[in-house]
Design a protein around this ligand. Structure first.
Ligand code: 9MR
Length: 361
């Protein structure tokens, strides 16, 4: 890591010596091309700290292992991270009662070395399940025992290192009904309350979140999520907050005001909120590429501004940080540029929009 930093600094100095810059803005952009953050530019994490929020990204384990620049930018710019896949059920309990925390431990160690918080993601989801679960034929009591043991083991393993958990992920369907899943079908709707109770039992200090997408602004799904967590609060379930994923596109995104209104009604229930998985799909934008990046930047600015406007919004986390590593091109089978750094780790307009929003009072 030290070598990378030295190399980057030398390149910055070399560029400066070559007179490769022509003004204050150019200096900033040129410097950013070779390294982030160059001397004199405030990292996003420092700007975020001044505004009393965390800023972060989901972490691709392979990229973290294999790309020094990935690790360097992640550790320099952000103060919270989410393992993108390595804490999911299929990764952590691939066989019954056989747990594997090796990759996730490496990510947590990186976070500790860089003074970053960790969002544990995720304990109960309908997706990313091992085949022994999806192909199994378990009774209700058996599945309850399996889920309890999974949650207790994982949360206990990270008791001293992870104090934010997405306990239940995406339990609400797009029409606002409870999503059909193995958990809902075999255990019934109260699998959600049970999961939160077990996570709380394993780590009473942990901040426990319900996390979902397409419920950031106002509408049917947002109402359903609100009603779900309101019920949980009324039943005394140990829920601490709601994760608003914020997978949006330049063609559809919730307005700043709708997100603020939604965050405020959740806060009125005594809950915190975090933006947990933001990215902006640009592939359907009919505008030329340069305009797409401006559209994207404006949306990052809008959603960061919403978080900053609501005291209960604690964190702004993106689903990655570089276009070199995003789930969207893989999922859509189409090139895209959804994140604030490009594939060469250069900051895009979206990066500067986040920087600007964090600086605006
Ligand atoms: O980005 C993740 C991708 O690499 C995985 O294949 C997928 C299934 O585990 O999950 C993706 O992350 C999802 C997250 O865990 C929950 N919200 C939606 C994310 C994007 O699909």
């Amino acid at each position: 890591m030290k070598r990378t930093v030295c190399l980057c600094l030398s390149l910055v100095l070399f560029l400066a010596a070559c007179g490769g810059t022509t003004g204050p803005n150019a200096t900033r952009t040129e410097s950013r091309t070779v390294s982030t953050p160059p001397a004199g530019i405030t990292p996003l994490r420092d700007l975020a700290q001044k505004r009393a929020i965390f800023i972060g990204a989901a972490v691709d384990y392979d990229a973290l292992q294999n790309e020094p620049q990935y690790a360097y930018v992640l550790g320099s710019e952000f103060n919270i991270l989410t393992p993108e896949n390595m804490m999911k059920f299929d990764a952590t309990e691939p066989e019954p009662n056989v747990f594997n925390f090796v990759p996730a431990d490496a990510i947590v160690k990186f976070a500790q070395q860089h003074h970053m918080r960790v969002r544990g993601h995720t304990l109960v989801w309908y997706n990313a399940l091992p085949t022994w679960i999806t192909n199994g034929t378990f009774s209700r009591d058996q599945l309850i025992a399996i889920l309890k043991q999974h949650i207790m083991t994982e949360v206990s393993h990270y008791r001293s290192s992870v104090n934010i958990w997405d306990v239940v992920n995406e339990a609400v369907a797009d029409d606002g009904t409870l999503r059909q899943s193995i958990w809902e079908r075999v255990i019934g709707p109260n699998y959600i309350d049970m999961a939160f109770s077990w996570a709380h039992e394993a780590n009473p200090q942990a901040h426990l979140f319900y996390n979902d997408y397409a419920g950031e602004g106002l509408g049917t799904k947002s109402d359903a999520i609100y009603n779900l967590v309101k019920g949980m609060r009324q039943r005394g379930v140990p829920i601490y907050g709601v994760g608003l994923q914020m997978h949006v596109s330049t063609q559809y995104y919730p307005s700043t005001q709708d997100v603020i209104t939604n965050m405020q009604r959740l806060a009125a229930l005594g809950l915190k909120v975090q933006i947990t998985e933001m990215d902006v799909k640009t592939q359907d934008d009919p505008n030329p590429p340069a305009q797409r990046l401006q559209d994207e930047a404006q949306i990052y600015h809008a959603e960061m501004s919403a978080c900053l406007a609501v005291t209960a919004c604690e964190a702004f986390v993106m689903w990655g940080f570089t276009d070199a590593h995003s789930w969207i091109p893989i999922f859509t089978n189409h090139a895209d540029a959804p994140l604030p750094f490009d594939t060469n780790y250069q900051p895009k307009p979206a990066f500067f929009a986040l920087e600007q929003a964090l600086k605006e009072q």
